[in-house]
Design a protein around this ligand. Structure first.
Ligand code: PLP
Length: 352
């Protein structure tokens, strides 16, 4: 944002936890601005096929020439899909045996869509890795060119981004960390004589406040620590599986569900995607002020969604994240694909 402002831009921040069709999404806001602002142009990198064409005409030949046509595998993070589709198509035309590996995030729909043809909204949730993974199907992603998608966790990507700088002296962005972490996850697929090209999309300077900042890494729970972690809480059975209700349901239905399970908070979904939360204290103040709120949809009074943390997050960090306004955190176990909720009372139970 600071870099954009330096060029004199007005920065408009849009929420990410809304559907692309929602008028508040950055897709819709940019289309509206293109109409409203005279002389404006929307690059539309997701659906404008000039994106993949540029990679077909330039990045593909560059890689082919620089490897003297010896490349056998391409590993690349997939966001708009421009890079993987353009480069992949060029390389496969040159040598159909070249394998194209797309790197995806947990929280994105790409991998499941490629493997099953199903656009599963349950796959969508917030994640930290920038630039790759999506919650819709951009026209620039050519699924036929990509042989396999590999998902990498936010934590593995962040740690690998730091390693690339320290061990290789290459100051690259976080999606480069995802790509190398993904490559290592796939290592059994490769032979010693393979020539593997990994694309690093971004420069590390953009991430000085994030992956290259120790405080940020600690806050996110990405540093290995000794002591109890969210995984121990889940294993000890104190945390519950996630209770949620669709945003269009009436407030009264949320109250009924919370009472039936004896829960003080609930997650709110829209088309099965987490978009908000509701806790007892807030619910109480809303109903006392306006008893008719019980017939309103829960989204009219919902609070922000609970933050997601990795299952390896230490308990002492969880306890600092849980505050009166954030009474719970969601713990995602990427390996089993399950989400658990950890509340203030869960932490109290393990501390005594
Ligand atoms: C940091 C970063 N990594 C990876 C990508 C993915 O590249 P593509 O959009 O060509 O799929 C992008 C794309 O915008 C990006 O900004």
């Amino acid at each position: 944002m600071d870099a954009l402002k330096a060029f004199g831009a007005e920065v408009i921040v849009c929420p990410t936890n809304v559907d692309p069709e929602d008028p508040r999404s950055y897709y819709s806001v940019s289309s509206r601005l293109e109409k409203e602002v005279p002389n404006s142009w929307k690059a539309n990198q997701y659906d404008n096929l000039s994106n993949s064409a540029a990679h077909y005409e330039q990045t593909g030949p560059e890689i082919w020439d620089q490897t003297d046509g010896r490349i056998t595998q391409l590993v690349v993070g997939v966001g708009t899909g421009g890079t993987v589709s353009g480069v992949g198509r060029y390389l496969k035309e040159k040598n159909p045996k070249i394998k194209i590996w797309g790197i995806d995030t947990y929280g994105s729909i790409f991998k499941k869509y490629k493997e099953t043809g199903i656009f599963d909204k349950n796959e969508i949730y917030p994640y930290i890795t920038e630039g790759i993974g999506e919650d819709f199907l951009p026209k620039n992603v050519d699924f036929d060119v990509i042989d396999h998608f590999e998902k990498v966790t936010d934590k593995d990507a962040a740690l690998m981004t730091r390693r690339i700088a320290r061990e290789e002296g290459i100051f690259a962005g976080n999606s480069a960390g995802s790509a190398v972490a993904g490559l290592l996850q796939l290592k059994d697929q490769f032979k010693k004589e393979d020539v593997i090209v990994v694309i690093f999309h971004d420069h590390g300077s953009r991430y000085l406040g994030k992956m290259f900042n120790d405080e940020w890494m600690r806050e996110k729970g990405f540093f290995e620590k000794t002591g109890m972690t969210a995984r121990d809480l889940v294993a000890s059975g104190v945390s519950g599986e996630l209770l949620s209700i669709e945003s269009c349901e009436p407030v009264a239905a949320a109250v009924k569900l919370m009472s039936a399970h004896d829960f003080s908070q609930i997650s709110i979904t829209r088309d099965a995607r987490l978009v908000g939360s509701l806790n007892e204290t807030h619910l109480y103040s809303q109903l006392v002020t306006d008893p008719a709120a019980k017939d309103q949809p829960v989204e009219s009074i919902m609070q922000p969604a609970f933050p997601f943390v990795d299952i390896s997050t230490p308990v002492d960090l969880l306890s600092t994240m849980i505050t009166p306004t954030t009474p719970a955190v969601l713990v995602r176990d990427f390996k089993t694909d399950k989400t658990f909720i950890i509340t203030r009372s869960d932490i109290i139970r393990v501390l005594v």
